[in-house]
Every structure is written in structure tokens, then in C-alpha cells.
Design a protein around this ligand. Structure first.
Ligand SMILES: [Zn+2]
Length: 394
């Protein structure tokens, strides 16, 4: 593990620890691992919450080999093959070829069998199709060079090529995604995303780079932004989607320990997102929560060397720190007993702080959900714990 002393977005040197643990603390056999301690801190200059301890080399590779389990997703028959983090076997390839044979728009009157199509391809286009509209309305695309980082199915690039004649390139996460993008859409897809040594394996610069849920996952955000800038034409556009707003996750009552997944190195709200981009040379043209009440955020920014880094106000920083304190303690109280024990914190002290907060007029109570902080994938974590228990040699 390495410790970072400065904020990876703005280089700010002052930060307050807001949560010691990541989501690995929810897995019994990982609770005492060094990998479960990220010491997340909130930067006093830009408001970013970032892991001050980060895995390196083999530690990070080990996390990636367990990608799904560490997110609370047990192995299952109905798992989406596009989420498969493992190298493909011959049988996997054969199954994918069969499922892709009819394309993504499969007519229901043919009643394809479950193995003869991939409903996830259509689902992705249905849920994410608005990006085509927003980008078409905001960015010149005719004949432009477009890169998507962390493409899952490649449909967005397919649409930009089909309707705007854009030259498109993809960088998926997993081999399963690479196989689908190449085979179904014939989009160049030479290498996958490496979150540790992030680079772009294509020559030349792009007019538009699209990134999905990338800032949250970047192991070295400063270097990642530098690479993105180097691969953008001057004044090029950066479109970031599927980044989540931590304030909304708090308000919706999501358990902090479940949200600080071991692959999540940065957390931010909408205004912090804008500030982080400003420190990295990007001027935000728009940022929105596309689905009302949902934490997801979509942002279009323009690379602009003139942009100046924005700092968080004292008032906003204090509200943000207060929210994280309330979120941490409330979430700790909502954890299973064995996880509470593993936190190594005095639960009595957490309870006492919760009581004090209830009497404190300045606490962020009005925002606080009126229910316990619930773990996303609670069932999944239970199943993964059983799965890992069964695998362990006796
Ligand atoms: Zn910062």
C-alpha cells in the first residue's frame, strides 16, 4: 500500500479523515486485511473525498481478480457475461458468438432461447441511449475522432459512428466486453483499461473522450487527467458519465461502508465534481443528474488551459465534513455485528456521537434519511461470504 499526502485532484495539503475502511470490511475473511484500510479523507481545498492509502502492483491486481466478489456480486447462473472479469475460455467465446449471432435488436416474434441473444445489449441501449442525444446536441461529431474509456457494450460509439460518421475507438475493462464490442460492432478495441498504468493505446488525438465511471475508479487521477489532456485536441471535449453524487447516496440512506468499494478511490458531490475538473484544466459546460433522485451524474467539460482551480467555501466544507461524520456513524450502527467488531472503533463512542448529533442544531439532520443506512447488495455480500467460506481449505 502507498500513502498519498496531497489531494490527487488539487494538490491540497490539508484533509480530514472521514472513513477508515472500504467495503472489504463487509467480507469476513478480508476484515483484518491491510487492503480494507483506505483512510478516506476530505480535501479542505476542493472537497474531494479520496483514499489516502492505495494498493499497488500485485495488491491491486489481486483486487481486480476478485472484482465481482469484492463488489458483493456472487457467482451465479444468470450473471451478465459482460461483467465477467476473467479471461475468456473457449466455451465462453462459443457462448458469446451464439448469443451475438442475431445482433442486439432481436425481434420477440422469433422467441429466441435464453442462450441465443444478450438482453443486456438492449438494456444498455435503453438505459444509456440518452447520451447519444445529449452529445449530438452539444458537441460537433461529424467525422470527429471519439474514444470511449470503459465501454461496456460499445453501443454509444456505434451510434456516433452510424449517425455522425465519427471515427470511434473503444477501451473496455474486461475481455468479455472487448469480444462483444469487436464482434458485434467491429469497433477498434485493442487494449483494455489499466487503472494503475492508465494510458491510451491509440495514436493521435481525439476531439471527444467519453469516460464511464472513471474518476471514481482512477488509482492515480492526476496522471489519468494528464493522459486524457495529452490525447485531446486543444479545446477538445471530455464527457464523463456514471459518476455518483455522494450527497445523494447519503440522503437516500445508502450505507457508507457499502459505497466505499475497494475500487472507489474518489467520492464527490456535484459541486466538488466541477471543482475537481477545474483543477485539472476542464471547464464544465453542463453537469446533471439525468435521473431525478438518482445519484448518477453526467457531465460535459471542455479542456481549457485558462480555467482556474476553484476552492470550496468554508461553509460548504464544514457541511460536507458534517455529512460524512453523520454518514460514517449512522452507517456503522447499521452494520452486522461482526463487521462492527472489525471496525476497531468504539461503538459506544459512535453511539454517543449519534446521540449528541440528535441534540445538535447544527448537525446536517434536515438532509438525513429517516431510516437506517442500508447496504446495497446486502444479500450479495451474504452470498459472497458463504461462497468464500466454502472455498477456504479446512
Ligand atoms: Zn482537493
Amino acid at each position: 500500500m502507498v500513502t498519498i499526502e496531497q489531494c490527487p485532484a488539487c494538490q491540497g495539503e490539508t484533509a480530514t479523515i472521514v472513513c477508515r475502511y472500504n467495503g472489504l470490511v463487509l467480507l469476513k475473511d478480508m476484515q483484518t486485511s491491510d487492503l480494507a484500510r483506505y483512510d478516506y479523507a476530505c480535501c479542505h481545498r476542493c472537497g474531494l473525498v479520496f483514499a489516502t492509502r492505495r494498493p499497488v502492483g500485485e495488491e491491486f491486481d489481486g483486487l481486480n481478480r476478485n472484482f465481482n466478489e469484492f463488489l458483493g456480486r456472487p457467482a451465479g447462473e444468470n450473471a451478465n457475461p459482460l461483467d465477467n472479469e476473467h479471461p475468456l475460455t473457449d466455451a465462453d467465446r462459443q457462448a458469446l458468438r451464439r448469443a451475438l449471432a442475431g445482433g442486439w435488436l432481436v425481434s420477440e416474434d422469433h422467441e429466441p432461447g435464453a442462450k441465443d441473444w444478450m438482453p443486456w445489449l438492449l438494456a444498455d441501449r435503453m438505459s444509456q441511449g440518452y447520451h447519444v442525444d445529449w452529445l449530438s446536441a452539444s458537441v460537433p461529431l461529424q467525422g470527429k475522432r471519439v474514444l470511449e474509456v470503459r465501454s461496456k457494450t460499445g453501443f454509444l460509439l456505434d451510434a456516433l459512428r452510424r449517425y455522425h460518421g465519427a471515427q470511434v475507438f473503444a477501451m473496455p475493462m474486461f475481455e468479455s466486453q472487448q469480444f462483444v464490442i469487436e464482434r458485434l460492432y467491429d469497433i477498434p478495441c485493442t487494449r483494455r483499461v489499466d487503472f494503475e498504468q492508465f494510458d491510451v493505446p491509440y495514436e493521435g488525438q481525439f476531439d471527444l473522450i467519453i469516460t464511464k465511471h472513471l474518476l471514481t475508479h482512477a488509482l492515480h487521477p492526476g496522471r489519468m487527467f494528464q493522459t486524457l489532456r495529452e490525447h485531446l485536441v486543444p479545446g477538445g471535449h471530455l464527457y464523463l458519465y456514471a459518476e455518483t453524487d455522494d450527497t445523494l447516496k447519503y440522503r437516500k440512506g445508502k450505507n457508507l461502508f457499502g459505497e466505499q468499494k475497494c475500487f472507489h478511490f474518489q467520492s464527490f458531490d456535484l459541486r466538488t465534481f466541477v471543482r475537481v475538473l477545474s483543477w485539472q484544466g476542464f471547464r464544465v459546460l453542463f453537469v446533471r443528474h439525468p435521473k431525478r433522485g438518482d445519484s448518477e451524474m453526467t457531465c460535459l467539460a471542455k479542456w481549457d488551459p485558462e480555467v482556474r482551480g476553484q476552492s470550496i467555501s468554508d461553509e460548504e466544507l464544514s457541511a460536507r465534513l458534517g455529512m460524512y461524520r453523520a454518514w460514517h456513524d449512522g452507517s456503522a450502527l447499521g452494520l452486522p455485528a461482526d463487521t462492527q467488531q472489525a471496525l476497531g472503533e468504539d461503538m459506544d463512542a459512535i453511539r454517543a456521537r449519534e446521540h449528541a448529533r440528535a441534540d445538535d442544531a447544527d448537525s446536517p439532520r434536515p438532509l438525513k434519511p429517516g431510516k437506517a443506512f442500508r447496504l446495497t447488495h446486502e444479500e450479495g455480500y451474504r452470498a459472497v461470504n458463504e461462497q468464500r467460506q466454502d472455498r477456504r481449505p479446512t
